[in-house]
Write a protein that binds this ligand. Structure first.
Ligand code: SIN
Length: 295
């Protein structure tokens, strides 16, 4: 029987009495999906996982996206490495992944469903854990929008582009990223999604845009689109929607990409090692009838 303890915060719960390395029966998976809908960010503490087990666990939620510019854990191409650790002068993974507000895969036709991140090394300085992951709740952000904005934007769609976030990272001082090659660019064309999505787990609306990838409100004049998106970005990052996850080594974190946005906090030095293994799971199955069953 899972032990689910909600955080004293707008998002997040800890799930114990669960071993992610073991096969998961369907009833347990349905409980996890229900908890994900309710809490948005699930922490499974004290997990011991090989990359292959991380992949198997993650695949229950849907197909895993293969990344661009991200080193892959040996032998398991679905598992990406996010890390500032260097070996022979080379980063063993992507060192700056997710270091500003976004949600993964809003830039794809098939959007992201969940991220699964496994904390292998967590930086600690003077007893304080660094390198947290911060979230903002997009159910709450939608609900708090003024009624006139909800009705004016009810049918709006937004174009999302992977290149926006990528170039923001390239242009950061000290960045090791290079602009995408034409071949990489061709694998990540822009995608269009409704601004307000109905969440497949909750049946409630979410504000589906994010500063990392949202480029414009389709059909709107450029200046108006920019002004409206800027005000939506400001709204969705209000303090009352936010929750900071403080990592412990061997936490397995699963979060909902549709109902939250997130950022990785780069408050640690180059010599303070952080190593995460990541599976980015697409919403290939969650919209299928029967995938989510009533409790
Ligand atoms: C991500 O944005 O996928 C990575 C988040 C993190 O490393 O905390």
């Amino acid at each position: 029987m899972l032990k689910i303890t909600p955080n004293d915060a707008i998002l997040g719960a800890t799930i114990e009495e669960f071993d992610a390395a073991q096969p998961m029966d369907d009833a347990v998976f349905q409980q996890i999906l229900a908890a994900l809908g309710r809490h948005g960010v699930l922490r499974f503490p004290r997990q011991t996982l090989t990359p292959a087990q991380l992949k198997t666990f993650s695949e229950r939620f849907g197909d895993i996206q293969s990344g661009i510019g991200e080193k892959r854990e040996g032998g398991v191409p679905e598992v990406g490495i996010l890390s500032n650790v260097r070996e022979a002068g080379e980063y063993i993974g992507l060192p700056d992944a997710g270091q500003d507000w976004h949600t993964d895969m809003s830039y794809r036709d098939v959007i992201g469903f969940v991220n699964v991140l496994y904390g292998v090394k967590v930086p600690v300085r003077d007893g304080r854990v660094l390198g947290g992951t911060e979230f903002s709740d997009m159910h709450a952000a939608y609900e708090a929008l003024p009624a006139d904005i909800k009705s004016r934007l009810a049918d709006a769609t937004v174009t999302h582009d992977f290149d926006k976030f990528w170039m923001m990272m390239v242009n950061r001082p000290g960045s090791v990223r290079k602009p995408m090659t034409p071949e990489q660019r061709a694998k990540r064309p822009p995608a269009v999604h409704p601004l307000f999505l109905t969440h497949p787990l909750t049946g409630r609306k979410v504000l589906y845009c994010n500063p990392g990838y949202a480029m414009r409100i389709d059909g709107w004049p450029e200046a108006e689109s920019k002004a409206m998106l800027d005000s939506l970005f400001e709204h969705q990052l209000k303090a009352e929607f936010r929750y900071m996850h403080t990592w412990q080594q061997h936490d397995l974190l699963v979060w909902d990409h549709i109902g939250t946005i997130h950022q990785a906090i780069a408050d640690y030095r180059a010599d303070e090692e952080r190593l995460m293994l990541r599976c980015q799971v697409m919403a290939t199955r969650v919209f299928e009838p029967g995938f989510v069953r009533a409790a």
